[in-house]
Design a binder for this molecule. Structure first.
Ligand SMILES: NC(=O)c1ccc[n+]([C@@H]2O[C@H](COP(=O)([O-])OP(=O)(O)OC[C@H]3O[C@@H](n4cnc5c(N)ncnc54)[C@H](OP(=O)(O)O)[C@@H]3O)[C@@H](O)[C@H]2O)c1
Length: 331
């Protein structure tokens, strides 16, 4: 490992907040069994929040953000991982309370590392990243709760975002009829190419007033938006349907009614990919590797140079991303 390496770091003290590139020494990194030379990371909404003063994500400063990373093990004190092996890590405390993926090197607990799944390059794994794992987990939970393609269409909200776009592709590949809602009128062709059969506007799924029971439309929903959209999705479920709640880009609270639950046997499934157990994580990454990803990667991923990462973080906070941004760090 070189004497210094480059990292994007956030610092906060009572006087000021800073987010910028720094040269760090290996001793600046936390302890951990694996030292990883990072090739790619990804830009997630949570990373955007970590890059601003009041994002309410970072739990200690200074910190290297980046909840996703992929790269090569350069030193390991865990016999399960050897030097030269390619790994990825997403979630846990990365980029939140422990230095994450926006650096040329990362030192991580071996318990957080997943061997790079067969079928995926490091770049492809980061084109999926936390968003891909989360979309796969949401579908897994919906299916464990009984969802099947023949039961009816599935709604995906925040459709052009990371979680939304990958969820559409995975659902459509699995034979589901997908209806997608988006605030980007210019991206309907993109959503159809991913597999959406019907496209709704953001307003269609977040009316000013949500009635306790709306017209029954969807057997399931994957919702990265939350807020009024979540209330509407719940009220519009077919009997026995489920909403997998993923995020909050449209609001962190919602006003709902008990009627979708007690009159239509609706379900609200909470999704958290950050601390999902390792067996589930490895199983879902294995499934993601088995999909024909070169096409999906070309459709959803745009590459960002490490130098351009600050601008990319600002873009994701504005809701301006289509698909996923993959950050090339050393790849
Ligand atoms: N639970 C978990 O484990 C987990 C994991 C990953 C992400 N998340 C959360 O899930 C959410 C989405 O993450 P992501 O990585 O997909 O983010 P993203 O790539 O930024 O996508 C979010 C999408 O939400 C829509 N959106 C943005 N602002 C909105 C607003 N004011 N009202 C309604 N829709 C809006 C936009 O899609 P359209 O323009 O197409 O409408 C945007 O592209 C975030 O809240 C993130 O923190 C949670």
């Amino acid at each position: 490992m070189p004497d210094t390496f480059r990292a994007l770091r956030v610092e906060k003290d009572p006087e000021q907040f800073r987010c910028g590139f720094q040269e760090l020494a290996p001793s600046d990194l936390p302890a951990g069994e694996l030292l990883v030379r990072v090739s790619y990371s990804g830009v997630n909404y949570k990373d955007g929040l970590a890059s601003i003063p009041n994002g309410a994500v970072v739990r200690r400063y200074p910190l290297i953000p980046g909840i996703d990373l992929a790269g090569t093990v350069v030193a390991s004190s865990d016999s399960r991982f050897r030097e030269g092996e390619r790994v990825l890590a997403t979630g846990y405390d990365l980029g939140v309370s422990r230095d994450g993926g926006f650096a040329q090197y990362a030192r991580i607990p071996s318990a957080w590392a997943v061997p790079l799944p067969t079928g995926l390059t490091e770049r492809q794994s980061m084109a999926l990243g936390t968003a891909g794992l989360t979309a796969a987990l949401a579908i897994d939970r919906l299916e464990a709760n009984g969802l099947r393609p023949e039961q009816g269409p599935v709604l995906v909200t925040g459709a052009t975002g990371g979680v939304g776009s990958i969820a559409i592709a995975l659902l459509s590949q699995a034979g589901y009829t997908v209806e997608a809602s988006t605030g980007k009128a210019s991206e309907h062709d993109f959503l159809r190419a991913l597999g959406a059969s019907q496209i709704l506007s953001r307003e269609d799924v977040a009316p000013e007033t949500v009635r306790p029971l709306e017209k029954q439309r969807w057997a399931g929903a994957i919702d990265p938006v939350g807020g009024r959209t979540l209330a509407f999705a719940l009220s519009s479920l077919l009997y026995g349907g489920s909403v997998a709640l993923v995020g909050l880009t449209g609001g962190g609270s919602f006003a709902g009614s008990v009627f979708p639950f007690i009159l239509r046997a609706g379900n609200l499934l909470g999704i958290d990919s950050a601390y999902v157990d390792m067996p589930t994580r490895e199983r879902l990454w294995g499934k993601l590797g088995a999909h024909p990803l070169p096409a999906l990667e070309a459709q959803i991923a745009q590459e960002v140079a490490f130098d351009d990462l600050p601008a990319a973080l600002a873009t994701i906070l504005r809701g301006g991303v289509r698909g996923r941004m993959v950050v090339r760090i050393g790849g």
